[in-house]
Write a protein that binds this ligand. Sequence first.
Ligand code: NAP
Length: 293
Amino acid sequence: MPRETFDTISGSTSFTAILGDPVEHSLSPAMHNAAYAELGLDRRYLAFRVAPENLRTALRAIPALGIRGINLTVPHKIAAARIIPHLSREAGLLGAVNCVVSRGGRLFGDNTDARGLERDLRRIGGALAEQRVIVIGAGGAAASAVLAAIRVRAVEITIVNRTASRGHALKRRFSELLRTIAIDARDLDALQDRDLLRDAACVINATSMGLTTRDFAPLDYAATPRDCFFYDLLYAPKLTAFLSPAARARRPYSDGAGMLVAQGELAFRLFNGVAPPPGVMRRALNLKLGRDS
Ligand code: NAP
């Protein structure tokens, strides 16, 4: 960090932060601090490594320290939804919190992941209305992906997960909507089911495969339509294990960098009451990922 960054922190500087374990890899500080610098706000965004057993204590300290708001990343999103008393409707539906705002000494939990992914799916122009979307995974990120798919008006959603019971539990979460949308839950073998893949308009990876493993589960990319869109919530300087075969099969694809920016822009507004200048957070992320802006 440049020396002047420390020189400009004073007793009146206020803070936002991300809590995770690990957290060193997070690119959120770069995005949020770029927006503060551009707006000339006397605020900074920090990163704290918080072990799961310390999450409750760390959350309780937020109002005590006057921290404006925090983001939560792996492994805290689901645990925080059980700890924070006031949840937005969306955080309650997803059973996961990715941002917490402190107001008048009280904590409010929200989740900007689904809205972030929805924005990015619209930006990249995949027309998913009336289409089938396959969501791989059944954790907090997969719940956001299912909600985003519903909002871009997909009508058939297949949840594919290694542990089938978790997939079924995720399906039940959306049971109120099941009269208008067909949601199905299958195990990983479904990724080789040509009948299922033949109709897919989009396949979304919302698992940590490719991050915690070198390879992705067997998937019959060639069975999907030529314009089937492959979207990986993971992002990395290089193509992910899920996207490399999609690129080889000449299918359109995107990683989750756009979602990260969009959920971050929404969180910034919640924390600060003002939107970040357009493009600033994206440029800061691209710089970190070694991409052209
Ligand atoms: P999570 O709750 O821990 O869920 C992990 C999911 O991955 C589960 O469905 C799990 O299946 C599956 N999985 C893990 N290892 C597997 C393996 N070896 N084989 C098959 N399936 C495996 O995590 P999460 O919070 O949902 O996050 C998932 C990913 O999304 C993370 O990598 C995170 O970084 C990313 N994410 C990105 C953004 C963004 O802005 N781009 C936002 C949120 C999350 P089981 O149920 O069988 O264990």
